[in-house]
Design a binder for this molecule. Structure first.
Ligand SMILES: *Cc1c(COP(=O)(O)O)cnc(C)c1O
Length: 681
């Protein structure tokens, strides 16, 4: 990876900030000693659940993941049992479970952090956060958010016209802000202005210089004096994974000369007192607090300068960027962050206060547009494993003298592998295997011989790997071995639909089994999804140092006798006990970007709320049926069915199909149309 600069940790409190590189090089293999029984503590460490999951996710005594949706303040649910109960209610996997209590807790936390910072620095102003709708536009979530945010006058941010329409209809909190960002046309601007008449507090943020004229015109036409903001392009650059929204050439925002021009334009029509807010957004998932500090420092100066130019400044909107620690490492790694929410609030409050004090200015109302930090934790995606595929590594049978030299070489290599030469043996075996491929290509090796050579090669790799795992540190050149020897676990999921960032930008999400955590996971695997697309896989996982390329998982248990399958090739779904995995922290940006890759549609979703006696299901949103998904791409189910009917009739007449067969075919076809697009297990 190594794309991030190594920012030094900051002071405040006990943030355990370290760079990932502080961990020594070379993977310490987690070879479970057969003498010690695997414990849930081992699982906690392996999957780093305390790092990324606190205070919401942990493991209970029977080895199941538990969810404490109210953090340390409330009860907890056994996730495995919850999934089984939901399955009995006909909510098949994959299943997205949203915990509205977590959403509430996140809002409480963010507001509490700003409240503490305001007290700590005796800040003579308030905090009024807004939620950026683009982060998760699902209706139930936005409605919950508005409800939970009421005590804090939490508002909404719209980044487009459709989002404005959601925000206008949903926001009902008196005094809460409605920040209007994004590209705007006349209709957008007029709608936002008219919203004032409904009692809303819309703030129209100028992001393009052309919008200044539109705003002036609309204001004149409607006779409404709007509240305006400007979005500044800062020169401090974000180093988020999501590209840099800051910087002089960013897509949105006004450069300093453009801001000055806007000020002059507004002054000319006597509207400068409408300009009350300064906004910036340097990108999402900012991992380094130093970057956040730089941005707030620059913005604070612009803020006080704007006040100096005569604008009636009242709000500072610091945008998004507040990170989520996906790998629990507390570092400036892209999947982590080297600061906590409190550090963030402290820096924002302290920096702007100082700038205003120097100029003797009243401090602004602070606004942040944190999406990821609020919405990520509330949803858990649970999916099941359909089958596995392993590399065959059985010890080879003895070799005959007359075998091809290359095969004899591989066999000898296999025999000679020891703890002293395993690294060298790996290179030998690899070279022999490459030679065998060339020999085959030139016609010197038969297909059967090539197969023998490959089997021997895998046997060598298996033996080398088992030795390597027992070593203190694995040499770097052998790290690939885990990768190429990994099992493939086929999962009932479409990555494109449910974790698009994992596919598009290699975003890491914590993934782990939600049961059997008191058992040692003996397999190392990558995940392959249902789509027959080579990108439909997950082969990078969170780790303390950098990332790891295989995930430790349990062998599937056979249904009949409960014994573990050894090196089973693709196991048919029906023959093993259910094995559930959870993908965590995916509540921001993943639920909506999904596309219909291979026509897998939306997953089933439920909203769970804690009650004194347990939990209650608040909403059920059924996933797409095939009929619906096919409709999105303009197929009419009746037409499709009609075509199958016609083909069956023809086949019947020509006696290519029996009446029973044709009935079964039509029945299955028709039934499928009304089913979930995922596999029923
Ligand atoms: C995406 C976006 C946000 C949300 O950012 P997070 O990092 O998710 O908090 C806020 N403001 C604007 C303008 C955005 O484009």
């Amino acid at each position: 990876m190594g794309i991030q600069s190594k920012m030094l940790p900051v002071d405040v409190g006990k943030v355990l900030a370290e760079t990932k590189d502080a961990v020594p090089n070379g993977h310490k293999p987690r070879e479970a000693s057969s003498t010690k029984k695997w414990t849930i503590e081992d699982s906690e460490e392996l999957y780093r659940i305390n790092g990324w999951g606190e205070p919401y996710f942990s493991i209970n005594a029977i080895g199941h993941v538990t969810v404490s949706p109210q953090g340390d303040r409330g009860g907890s649910l056994d996730l495995f049992e919850l999934v089984n109960a939901l399955k009995q209610r006909n909510l098949g996997l994959p299943l997205l479970i949203r915990f509205s209590d977590i959403l509430e807790d996140r809002i409480e936390r963010l507001n509490a952090c700003f409240a503490r910072a305001i007290t700590r620095y005796s800040y003579p102003g308030v905090y009024r956060g807004v939620f950026p709708v683009k982060c998760n536009q699902q209706r139930h979530l936005v409605e919950d958010l508005v409800r939970f945010g009421k005590p804090h006058q939490f508002g909404l941010e719209a980044g487009s016209k459709p989002e404005l329409m959601i925000a206008l209809a949903t926001l009902s909190t008196p005094g809460a802000l409605l920040i209007c960002n994004g590209y705007k046309d006349r209709e957008y601007i007029e709608t936002a202005m008219l919203a004032q008449r409904l009692g809303h507090t819309p703030i129209i943020v100028l992001e393009q210089i052309e919008e200044v004229d539109l705003v002036i015109e609309a204001s004149r036409k409607l006779g409404i004096k709007p509240i305006l903001g400007v979005r500044a392009k800062l020169s401090s650059k974000g180093v988020g994974r999501w590209g840099t929204s800051a910087g002089d050439r960013a897509k949105f925002g006004l450069t300093v000369p453009e801001i000055i021009r806007a000020v002059e334009q507004l002054r000319r029509v006597d509207m400068l007192n409408s300009l009350q807010l300064l906004h910036y957004h340097i990108g999402s998932q900012i991992s380094a607090i130093a970057v956040i500090k730089d941005a707030i420092r620059e913005a604070s100066q612009i803020y006080v300068e704007l006040a100096g130019l005569g604008a009636d400044m009242k709000y500072l909107d610091v945008g998004g960027g507040l990170g989520v620690d996906y790998d629990g490492s507390k570092t400036n790694f892209y999947a982590s962050k080297n600061y906590n929410m409190q550090n963030y609030a402290n820096d924002v409050v302290a920096e702007i206060k100082e700038a205003c004090e120097e100029r003797n200015l009243a401090v602004p109302t602070l606004v942040s547009e944190s999406g990821r930090a609020i919405a990520s934790h509330q949803s858990v995606l649970v999916f099941d494993v359909l089958g596995t595929s392993d590399v065959m590594t059985q010890p080879p049978e003895a070799i005959e003298e007359k075998e091809h030299l290359i095969i004899r070489n591989l066999y000898e290599t296999y025999q000679s592998i020891t703890a002293d030469n395993y690294q060298e043996a790996f290179h030998d075996a690899t070279q022999f295997k490459e030679e065998s491929t060339s020999l085959f290509n030139f016609g010197y090796l038969s297909l059967t011989e090539r197969a023998r050579a490959e089997q021997l090669y895998w046997a060598c790799c298996g033996k080398i790997l088992s030795i390597a795992r027992q070593q203190e540190y694995v040499p770097d050149d052998l790290e690939d071995l885990e990768k190429i020897m990994a099992s493939i676990y086929y999962v009932n999921l479409s990555v494109f639909q449910s974790a698009p960032d994992s596919w598009a930008i290699d975003q890491l999400f914590p993934i782990m089994p939600i049961h059997r955590l008191d058992e040692e996971p003996t397999k190392r695997a990558t995940l392959a999804d249902l789509t027959c697309d080579s990108d439909g896989k997950i082969d990078q996982f969170i780790d303390l140092r950098d990332v790891k390329y295989v995930l430790e998982l349990h062998a599937l248990e056979s249904k009949t006798d409960g014994t573990q399958k050894q090196d089973a090739q693709t196991t048919p779904t029906s023959s093993h006990k259910p094995y559930y995995l959870g993908l965590f922290l995916g509540g921001a940006y993943q639920e909506i970007m999904g596309n219909l890759h291979n026509l897998f549609g939306d997953t089933n979703a439920v909203h769970i709320k804690l009650t004194p006696k347990g939990y209650q299901i608040e909403h059920v949103v059924k996933g797409d049926t095939m009929r619906e998904v096919l409709g999105y791409v303009q197929y009419d189910s009746e037409d499709l069915l009609e075509s199958i009917r016609r083909q069956s009739e023809q086949a019947l007449q020509e006696k290519r199909i029996t009446i029973q067969e044709s009935q079964l075919l039509l029945q299955n076809y028709e039934r499928s149309l009304n089913r979930y697009t995922y596999l029923e297990t």
